[in-house]
Design a protein around this ligand. Structure first.
Ligand SMILES: NC(=O)c1ccc[n+]([C@@H]2O[C@H](COP(=O)([O-])OP(=O)(O)OC[C@H]3O[C@@H](n4cnc5c(N)ncnc54)[C@H](O)[C@@H]3O)[C@@H](O)[C@H]2O)c1
Length: 319
């Protein structure tokens, strides 16, 4: 039985616990800066041991794998320490705080016998897999436009670490559109150009809290990805227009995928299984840890996502 530890015991850690539990794997160790947060999650796991910090957890708990669920600024130190000690890593997105940190994690992953997987859960959603199959089948033709929105409603973000550059590394683009960049690369293809417009509505923070990232693929397909921490009403959508039709997945209507070809007089739809993607993501990670298959979501996927977003931050992304 694989033993797993959780580093960082906040909101997303709970989804990881559920994902491991769904796959029959127990969390045996947890750690967090905050003793209360660690105690809370340990209680929810039904008996995980609490360790003082990630070093003690990796040194003493005998875990084969860890989920890193801290804010981005703390990903690198735990990831590199785990990889240097042969412990497999599932690391929340964005994989790092900045591009040099991402490159240092990649170097550690390449030097290690252990695996590093960035936690891009959307590519494991049954709906996204169905979407990818539809696009790959050629039914909607060559992809012309990819449109994606992931935003709010997100409240009280002004007081949270998500809007502090020194902890998050960036704003809504890095936090939220990291999923979008991965989806574009997963469904459409590699990104060769990127640009962004961004804005900061909050006056007390130092990152963008709304933005639109535009990208172009090797194929010529063009994508836009929107995100915001200040949107009063939520929206989550993938909409792809090809030269023979269009396909849409609306996360607020999550159990169907819709598509319409040029000759169709109405939308077609197919059922998709409702899921947050965490169980499927963790099933894939555990399968790779057991040696059943290679990782389909690799450190390179995490690094490319960082390269695209950090490039727009470095090239005149005024907020
Ligand atoms: N995959 C998704 O859909 C998704 C959704 C939300 C958040 N996330 C990502 O998950 C990560 C965590 O986000 P969250 O929403 O759970 O944040 P959170 O603030 O709810 O939890 C983070 C926890 O990490 C702890 N922590 C911070 N630094 C630490 C350190 N050095 N060592 C140990 N513990 C430390 C904090 O005390 C806190 O309990 C971020 O990278 C975020 O972008 C992913």
């Amino acid at each position: 039985m694989i033993k797993v530890g959780i580093i960082g015991c906040g909101g997303i850690a709970r989804q990881h616990v559920t994902g491991y539990t769904d796959n029959g794997v127990e969390i045996t160790a947890v750690t967090d800066y905050s003793p209360e947060a660690a105690a809370g999650l340990a209680k929810e796991t039904g008996g995980a041991k609490i360790y003082e910090d990630y070093r003690r957890l990796i040194d003493k708990a005998g875990v084969q794998a860890v989920s890193i669920c801290t804010p981005p600024v703390a990903h690198e130190e735990a990831a590199i320490y785990a990889l240097e000690h042969g412990v497999h890593v599932l690391c929340e997105k964005p994989m790092a705080y900045d591009i040099s940190s991402a490159h240092r994690i990649r170097a550690a992953a390449k030097a290690s016998s252990a695996l590093f997987m960035p936690a891009f859960r959307h590519r494991f959603l049954p709906a996204v897999l169905a979407f990818k199959r539809l696009v790959s089948s050629g039914r909607i033709g060559d992809v012309v436009l990819f449109n994606n929105i992931f935003c709010g409603p997100a409240f009280q973000m002004e007081g949270r670490w998500f809007t502090q550059k020194k902890i998050a590394g960036g704003g809504s683009l890095l936090d939220t559109n990291s999923h979008s960049v991965d989806l574009f690369r997963f469904i459409v293809g590699e990104i060769t150009e990127q640009k962004a417009v961004m804005h900061r509505h909050f006056r007390t923070t130092d990152v963008e809290d709304a933005g639109i990232l535009s990208v172009k693929a090797e194929s010529g397909a063009i994508g836009t990805m929107q995100s915001s921490f200040v949107a009063g009403s939520g929206m989550a959508l993938i909409d792809i227009i090809g030269n023979k039709g269009r396909a849409v997945y609306d996360y607020t209507d999550p159990e169907r995928l819709r598509w319409r070809l040029t000759q169709d007089t109405a939308w077609n739809e197919g059922p998709v299984k409702l899921s947050g993607g965490f169980s499927e993501e963790i099933a894939h990670f555990l399968g790779a840890v057991r040696g059943e298959h290679p990782l389909s979501c690799t450190v390179e996927d995490g690094v490319r996502c960082m390269e695209v977003i950090c490039n727009v931050y470095d090239n005149g992304g005024e907020i």
